[in-house]
Design a protein around this ligand. Structure first.
Ligand code: 3H9
Length: 709
């Protein structure tokens, strides 16, 4: 028998244990081992029932996702081998009880549904998360699940991909019993109870499949919902189609239809991109010179300096993770305003059903407002979130250095400023790091961790671990102006403005990028963030612009007119009291006037050119960041853009997208743009080199350790 599957016996119950750490994925050897074990128990007259269970921390977390890459590159043809094994389990004449702890996801739930009964420990989770990988369940999940839980619930699980807890699974019909205490012992007791029952096969059930009349409106609503909430994604619609087939065709034909849809999704660019994202999200936590064993500093209490929007959001992040947090500002009025805004935020979450009142009350108790640094003496980590001014930040850090215990991590939430210069105002630069949260901090998942030249490895390891604990995805970047995310965003935004100055309307530019899949267009995003932020930075850093090189003219002038974006009711758009945007003819008029004065020729711009100019500007700068070592890998940049800048996950991130287009094509277009628009489009050397070598960004691995990032 395969080493990955064990067969043992307790009394007259056979126990099949799947043991493929870390998550018991259905890698080659596992399905075969299960099949072999079923044959053996079928033949063993001393066995009256079977329990199937996962070793270690979980039941089966699904197919081995690494295998999908091999399939789509033609290295393996195993797509459909698992389904006959599931039929074999279902046809076993002895009841098979699936014992679930941890997660039964994807192929894991499909395996569980082929059993005759399912028991689970409280808190275990079951789900069909395949859509998050751009595919649909491929081993009859879309056919068995509606037979167990009904059409509406099956659609919700297959098309949205969100798991449900064992308790809910018991209420909906997936789980037959919740086992308190030891799972294996409970499953064996259950197996003995049902040993003499006739086996019931999920695939033969039709009682929950509904009628065509009932189902019609359910499917219509699901499709509308998927188009709206999972914009641009193909898999959710395919999953709905597959569940619909289950209501119309016999099981075997339904499986064939599911297979067609599954294969089409698996071979799509979207699936490849989303699988890249799955592994990328895990890869970013791996820092070559900060090994897993690096000791971490215990974090039991935090403090935030600055009770503005950002500081308040960060305090909520800590409180939500159950970490007590001090929130400091310089005067009582500012502190009151900050705290009131936190309360309002939480109240909205309760209204929307995200949190219960009790949860919120407990979190609020964890946030302790203060006016004094003297309360910081025992704090493990301080996040400075004051106004973006180097002078002010240095003052704050000097003060923190004075009051905080020697092992405290001193972090700055700066989005652009030099971490080394900030660190130099303390006596402990090895404890200083950048923690760049994204607005709104309590919502956005990205946390850029900025490594200064002295930042200690323990500090990095601690912040990486802390990111996960506070529900963020931490990505380590180097200390350059704007770090990785904002440094790339600058040319992206620059091109968006140039396009408006060359004749595209504000709405046309935003629409083109929205249709590409961005969460918002670049100009609407600028209005949301506040145009004055960049304006202030440009005034503070006139050196960012080279004499004789074109620079955008409109945004600074909008700022001079007091149009700072949403917060002032006007920016690129105008806004009503609910911050709903409408195009502003006044802006169009002003742009015409200012560009005529500047002698900029107006022309028609197609959406393709708009997308290329904005996205290739991102890619070209990303290539520089990568080559200069300010990002560890191309995938780190992708994860930053997906989680902090609304880049569509189904395109994999800007660097993956460029790889998909082909670097040769991207490079040639950048060269054309260089000819048309000048030095701002100088191709990044890495883009040129990889394109000439026929390689991709994914192929780029830095030789030395990435100590600069
Ligand atoms: C599917 O089943 C299709 C079917 O319909 C069948 C068709 C025939 N495969 O996340 P973690 C690795 S599609 C390969 O850090 P956690 C992961 O990369 C699949 N590897 O742990 C990581 O490796 P490393 C449907 C996998 O405790 C390590 O395991 N299933 C897989 O935070 C630990 O993972 C899913 O989509 C896998 N399936 O979370 C479930 N899963 O240490 C995907 C994990 O080298 N998995 N790895 O970086 C998850 O959601 C989470 O991993 C899970 C554990 C919740 C299970």
């Amino acid at each position: 028998m395969s080493e990955l599957v064990r067969l043992t016996k307790q009394d007259d119950v056979a126990i099949i244990t799947i043991d493929n750490p870390p998550v018991n994925a259905l890698s080659p050897g596992v399905p075969e081992g299960i099949a072999e074990a079923i044959e053996l128990v079928e033949k063993d007259n001393g066995v009256v029932a079977v329990v199937m269970i996962g070793a270690g921390r979980t039941f089966v977390a699904g197919a081995d996702i690494k295998e999908f890459g091999k399939m789509t590159s033609g290295q393996s043809a195993r797509v459909d081998g698992f389904k006959p094994i599931l039929l074999r389990i279902e046809d076993c004449r002895k009841p098979v009880v699936m014992a679930i702890h941890g997660t039964a996801f994807g192929g894991g739930l499909e395996l569980a549904m082929a059993g005759h009964y399912r028991v689970a420990v409280p808190g275990a989770q079951v789900g069909q998360p395949e859509v998050k990988l751009g595919i649909i369940p491929g081993a009859a999940g879309t056919q068995r699940l509606p037979r167990l839980v009904g059409v509406a619930q099956a659609i919700a699980m297959c098309a949205e991909g969100s798991p449900i807890k064992a308790e809910e699974a018991a209420a909906t019909g997936i789980v037959d019993r919740i086992v308190q205490g030891d799972l294996l012992a409970g499953a064996i007791v259950f197996a003995k109870e049902v040993a003499s029952n006739p086996v019931r096969k999920t695939r033969e059930r039709t009682d929950r499949l509904g009628t065509p009349e009932e189902n019609e409106s359910i499917f219509a609503a699901a499709r509308e919902n998927a188009r709206k909430r999972q914009r641009g994604l193909l898999a959710p619609l395919a999953a709905i189609d597959a569940v619909e087939v289950a209501t119309k065709l016999p099981f075997e034909e339904g499986c064939l239809a599911e297979n067609d849809l599954f294969t089409r999704c698996l071979f799509s660019d979207q699936s490849k991109a989303l699988i890249h994202v799955f592994f990328g999200e895990r890869e970013v936590s791996k820092i070559p010179d900060v090994p897993k064993e690096t000791p971490v500093i215990p974090v039991n209490g935090a403090a935030v300096v600055g009770a503005g929007t950002m500081g308040g959001g960060i305090a909520m992040v800590f409180a939500n993770a159950g970490i007590p947090v001090l929130l400091k500002d310089t005067d009582q009025a500012a502190l009151n305003r900050g705290f009131a805004s936190i309360q309002k935020n939480y109240a909205n979450s309760v209204k929307r059903g995200r949190f219960t009142q009790q949860f919120v009350d407990e979190r609020l108790k964890l946030i302790q407002p203060t006016l004094s640094y003297e309360d910081f003496t025992d704090t493990d980590i301080v996040i400075e979130a004051v106004f973006e001014s180097m002078t002010l930040k240095k003052e704050v850090f000097a003060e923190l250095d004075r009051v905080c215990k020697p092992s405290a991590i001193l972090a700055s939430n700066t989005s652009t400023l030099n971490i080394d210069e900030i660190a130099a105002s303390t006596s402990r630069p090895q404890f200083v790091i950048g923690t760049h949260f994204f607005s709104p901090a309590n919502v956005m998942r990205l946390l850029e961790l900025v490594r200064g030249e002295s930042t200690g490895k323990e500090v990095i390891a601690t912040c990486m671990q802390l990111s996960r604990r506070i529900g963020k995805i931490g990505v380590l970047v180097g200390n350059c102006f704007g770090f990785a995310g904002n440094r790339m965003f600058q040319p992206y935004r620059r091109e968006a403005q140039f396009l408006v100055e060359e004749g595209a309307s504000v709405e046309t530019v935003d629409r083109a990028l929205y249709d590409f899949g961005m969460a918002m267009g670049p100009l609407a995003t600028a209005d949301l963030a506040g145009l004055d932020v960049g304006w202030r930075i440009r005034k503070e850093h006139p050196d960012l612009y080279k004499p004789g090189v074109r620079r955008p003219i409109v945004e600074d002038r909008l700022c001079e007119l007091g149009r700072f974006g949403q917060k002032t009711g006007a920016g690129w758009y105008k806004y009503d009291e609910n911050r709903r945007a409408t195009p502003d003819p006044e802006v169009a008029e002003l742009v015409r006037k200012w560009t005529a004065e500047a002698g900029i020729t107006q022309r028609q711009l197609a959406p393709e050119e708009i997308v290329e100019r904005c996205i290739y500007a991102l890619v070209n700068e990303g290539a520089r960041i990568l080559e200069e070592g300010y990002a560890l890998r191309a995938v780190d940049i992708d994860i930053i853009y997906l989680n902090g800048y609304g880049f569509p996950a189904y395109r994999g991130g800007p660097m993956w997208y460029a790889d998909t287009v082909g670097l040769k094509k991207v490079y040639e277009r950048v060269c054309e743009l260089r000819q048309q628009h000048g030095v701002l489009w100088e191709p990044a050397p890495l883009l040129k080199r990889l394109s000439e070598e026929g390689k991709s960004f994914a192929d780029f691995h830095r030789q030395q350790d990435a100590s600069s990032a």
